[in-house]
Design a protein around this ligand. Sequence first.
Ligand code: ZN
Ligand code: ZN
Length: 408
Amino acid sequence: MRLKFQNCDLFDGVTDELARGVHVLVADGKIVEVSETAISAAADMEIDATGKTLMPGLIDAHVHITAATPNLAALEAMPVSYVSHWTARLLGEMLDRGFTTVRDVGGGDAGHKRAQKEGLIRGPRLSVSGKALGQTGGHTDFRGSSRTDLGDLQRRHTAGLGRIVDGVPACLAAARDELRLGADFVKIMANGGVATPTDPIDWIQFTPEEIQAIVAVAETSCTYVAAHTYTARAIEHAAVNGVRTLEHCNLIDDRVAGILKDLGRYAVPTLVIYDCLDRHADAIGLGPDNRVKNRKVRDAGLASLEILQRAGVPMGYGTDLLGWMHQDQSVEFGLRTQVLPAADVLRSATSVNAEILRRDDLGRVAPGMTADLILVDGDPLADISVLSGQGERIPLVVQEGKVVKARA
Ligand code: ZN
Ligand code: ZN
């Protein structure tokens, strides 16, 4: 299959400005030519892209594709077979919004990845962590203070996003187990969470020895660790013990941002989930304590972007949405442009996220790259809202050289 885009404006995933009047040829899943003059080679499909912007397919580096409901305690009790139908729906809708790759940081596994790759389900290409690892009473422990049994929570037989592990030997075994089952990287919970009942936000989770053990397993298996962290103290704890990608980072400060920069770490802010939880607190049934926790991290979100930007820490694009909230996946673009230049926000969702996923063939439009492309009505650098909604202004989505969404 050969595709030819004629006369488009191009955001290549890196450059600050659009290139005007560009021609792009795609063949056998790759971008083969990007030219300022018309391309003479024949193609199976020729697209007149006048007045439209061609850009790399979007990447979301923080999703939970098995989060069928915002109520994560209820999720654990759902049949896995039922949840997988939700996953198929959520993935199809992400693709329609222009996301051609997503990184699942708790819940998504090698089975989902295989189903997408084989075309059983429509959706973004997946990078998955399997179950997230968390300690007793941590951000994978939804039992609350009245339940004492562990049930299946140390194993991985529930539809929940994580499993409970304590102590260095158990951490080593669980990290190895997730990698055995096909995880692309390991996710840990290193800080209190909004949705969990017994872990305040200022509590750090896991000891240095436990984190170092998990990082050692990941690195010996040629991969890395991502950690759920909000506070400066938790971010520092995770980063100095070897964690490569720091998720959320809402309560970071300048000193710890400097440490991330020095250590070459990545931050993946996820502002929209806190905005969404606050707007829909009643509908979700968020308890009073959880509301207070949520508002604390939400209010700090925009300031955290400015702190990370000042320190020069590379920032990925993440969303962290749950259940029906996934419809707000592209609201994150608008939130970020309140404090960051649009070009930086677009790089986050393209070339920076490709780096985070260690996929040097994604996130850019250049010869030799994998042909994940979207066509956008208008100029996203001038008006990022063209990416918002459910992909209404994204008439064409191409994944590995194949048209996967086309507006008539
Ligand atoms: Zn998290
Ligand atoms: Zn998350």
